[in-house]
Structures are given as C-alpha cells and as structure tokens.
Design a binder for this molecule. Structure first.
Ligand code: URA
Length: 204
C-alpha cells in the first residue's frame, strides 16, 4: 500500500508506483519473483493494454510482454499497423507466479485473491495514465477491469464498461493462441486481429 502521497507529476507518480510494486508483499507471489514488472508506455497513452501477469522472460528482464506472448502481441501490432510505443502495456498482476519443475519455472495462473490484491496497482496506473480505452487480454485482465467474471470467449470482440465507465475491449490472451491447436492457429490469429482492430480508433 502506498504510504506516502504520490507525486503530482504522472511520470513521477508512475515511477513511485513501480518501486512500490517491486516491494509489494500483499500477496505471496512477490516473494518468489525476481522483480515486479510494471506497465510501460507513454504517460498519456490513449490506449492501455492489460495482460495477466509477467511470464518467465518478463520476470527476468523486468519489462511486460517481451517473451513468446509478447512476440505474438508485437506481430499483431505490426499487422494492424499500430505503434507499440503509443500504447501503455501492463498486467493485472505485477509479479510472476510459477511452479518449479526441475529447472523450469512453469507459469501458474494467479488466484482471484491474488489478482484482487494487485488490483489497486492497476487502478493507480489507470488513474495516472487516464487512457480513453483499455484492451483486456484474457480472463484475469477482464475480471480485474470489469469487476466480475466474464466469459471471454463469448464477450471477445465487444466493448464492455469498466470501472470509471471506461470502455474495455475484451479479447483472448496471446498465450491461449500459442497453446491452441496448431491446425487452427492461423484462423485463431486472424480472429484475434479482428477483435483487436475494434480499438483502431484509439491508435490514430
Ligand atoms: N503474459 C502476460 O499476460 N503478460 C506479460 O507481460 C507476458 C506474458
């Protein structure tokens, strides 16, 4: 919890929040992670994209969406002729939750409690960045942004109303595409692009 008041300058406030998430032990995940992974992007981005939690690569590098899911996200951004440097990219949960299998750290989905404990950090980011719209990637991000569970496969490609009445475009998480049936991958990717393209007006 932020004990000191945040600086009034949004860039400085985001920097303070970044440091505070790194120290956060409001749930057990942070103890085992390398570092927190905070959001990145322009302080006044019109569009904010929210994933689930950092993965192995993100945990080691300290940046969001730099691993395999991030590469697919980058490909989509390029195929949509969007510019990632104009988007604020973050996660619903700021630390990497995993299970050790031998030397490998296997992603574990954060519990609802863990996501709920982390929500105030995401809300602070939204407050500082003041995006005009958000994209929720997958069910954890959707739940955090909408406030209750939403069937993502039904709601994908549509806009829901999030807290503070912000429009939230719901779609699947890129990791789901990577895990999906290889025979259906091209079609799944095409559908994902179509979902994302609903937010094109916030990119221009
Ligand atoms: N998956 C996410 O949800 N977020 C990341 O930053 C990386 C992978």
């Amino acid at each position: 919890t932020a004990s000191k008041p945040l600086p009034s300058d949004p860039a400085k406030a985001l920097a303070a929040l970044r440091g505070a998430t790194d120290r956060c032990r409001e749930c057990p995940i942070g103890e085992h992670a390398t570092q927190s992974v905070f959001g990145e992007g322009p302080v006044k981005a019109r569009l904010m994209v929210v994933g689930e939690q950092p993965g192995d690569k993100e945990d080691l590098q300290g940046h969001p969406f730099v691993g395999p899911a991030g590469h697919l996200f980058d490909k989509a951004i390029e195929d949509l002729s969007w510019d990632r440097s104009q988007i604020y990219v973050t996660n619903a949960v700021k630390h990497f939750k995993y299970e050790l299998r031998g030397q490998r750290r296997i992603h574990k989905t954060p519990t609802q409690r863990e996501a709920a404990a982390c929500l105030h950090w995401l809300e602070s980011e939204i407050e500082q960045v003041q995006p005009q719209a958000l994209i929720a990637l997958g069910s954890t991000a959707t739940r955090s942004l909408i406030g209750h569970a939403v069937p993502v496969l039904k709601a994908r490609g549509t806009w829901l109303t999030g807290q503070h009445t912000l429009p939230v475009l719901v779609t699947v998480h890129p990791s789901a595409l990577l895990r999906g049936d290889p025979a259906l991958r091209d079609e799944a990717y095409r559908q994902w692009l179509e979902d994302l393209s609903q937010a094109a007006r916030y990119m221009a």
